[in-house]
Ligand binder design. Structure first.
Ligand code: CP
Length: 304
């Protein structure tokens, strides 16, 4: 048994060894080798922003693992309506002593400080533009499996992230994870949306980036986070950076196509791309359940 985890807010305080143990456990779960626990353990899911994939995959993962879960709905009938703060809501739910808290939070929530006030470990289910570690892990489980079928691994592989990296917690987590697992991240998109990380290679055009890449990941353009800093129209974006059947001809026939969802059809990706045999979008969602079950189990003391 491995040592208990504190929290997973990003990849700062976690080792590559531990990350590989998450993958191993998720693979065992996928192979049907893990039994449900049924030990009265509870995961509290608290989402202060909208979610489909992350929330429901954690709920599915908990059910499959035999871990009880409850969902705190910040949108309706909670005491947030009476003026309770988000921080107070989290501290009160933590006082009920769930075994793990899964939290999706806006950027202005001081999640790190809150994690230091409670004994319950927190799994970050998406926090502002800072980090979405479980998404990066499920993306890499998906790609590792696909590359394994081709006889390779993630070592030295090149992922082109297209579009809105600056406001993307998924991109932030991939930039961190790439440094730990040995893959490369490239980017292309409107200049106002690019990352300034020194660990990211920038391409002037989508075509140039696609010719470099082993996998391409389109990101949702997060118009709601841009304010007045956007210097392009949706149509310009679609023409220059949208993934479609024509642009996908520039990607290697052994390449892979990804999107964390939700997709803005007709902006960052045309619906026809989902039918491309290289497209892994729904495989990402499937692997999200295995990775999140592995994380829940790891926070309860299981692992390699
Ligand atoms: N990829 C992702 O986080 O999707 P949801 O916002 O639907 O959870």
């Amino acid at each position: 048994m491995v040592s208990r985890l504190n929290s997973l807010l990003d990849f700062d305080s976690i080792s590559a060894t531990r990350i590989h143990s998450f993958f191993s456990l998720a693979e065992k779960i996928k192979e049907g080798k893990m039994q449900p626990r049924y030990r009265g353990e509870v995961a509290a899911l608290m989402f202060f922003e909208a979610s489909t994939r992350t929330r429901l995959s954690f709920e599915t993962a908990a059910a499959r693992a035999g871990i009880g879960s409850f969902y705190f709905d910040s949108g309706a009938k909670s005491s947030l309506e009476k003026g309770e703060t988000v921080e107070d809501a989290i501290l009160n739910v933590a006082a009920m002593q769930p075994h793990v808290l899964v939290i999706r939070a806006p950027a202005d929530l001081p999640l790190r400080e809150i994690s230091q006030k409670i004994n319950t470990p927190i799994i970050n289910a998406g926090w502002g533009a800072f980090a979405h570690p479980t998404q990066a892990l499920l993306d890499m489980m998906t790609l590792r499996e696909a590359w394994k079928v081709q006889g390779g691994s993630e070592q030295g592989k090149k992922i082109l992230i297209v579009g809105d990296l600056k406001f993307s917690r998924v991109a932030s987590s991939h930039i961190q994870l790439s440094q730990m697992l040995g893959y490369q991240v490239g980017q292309c998109g409107p200049e106002s949306l690019l990352s300034d990380s020194p660990h990211v290679q920038t391409f002037k055009s989508l075509t140039e980036g696609l010719r470099w890449a082993d996998a391409v990941m389109a990101l949702r353009v997060q118009f709601e986070r841009h304010g007045s800093n956007v210097d392009f129209s949706k149509e310009t974006y679609r023409q220059q950076y949208g993934l479609n059947a024509v642009s996908m001809a520039e990607l290697s026939k052994n390449g892979f196509i990804m999107h964390p969802g939700p997709i803005n059809h007709g902006i960052e990706m045309e619906s026809e791309v989902l039918a491309d045999p290289r497209c892994l979008v729904l495989d990402q969602v499937k692997h999200g359940v295995y990775i999140r079950e592995a994380l829940l189990r790891s926070f309860l003391g299981e692992g390699e």
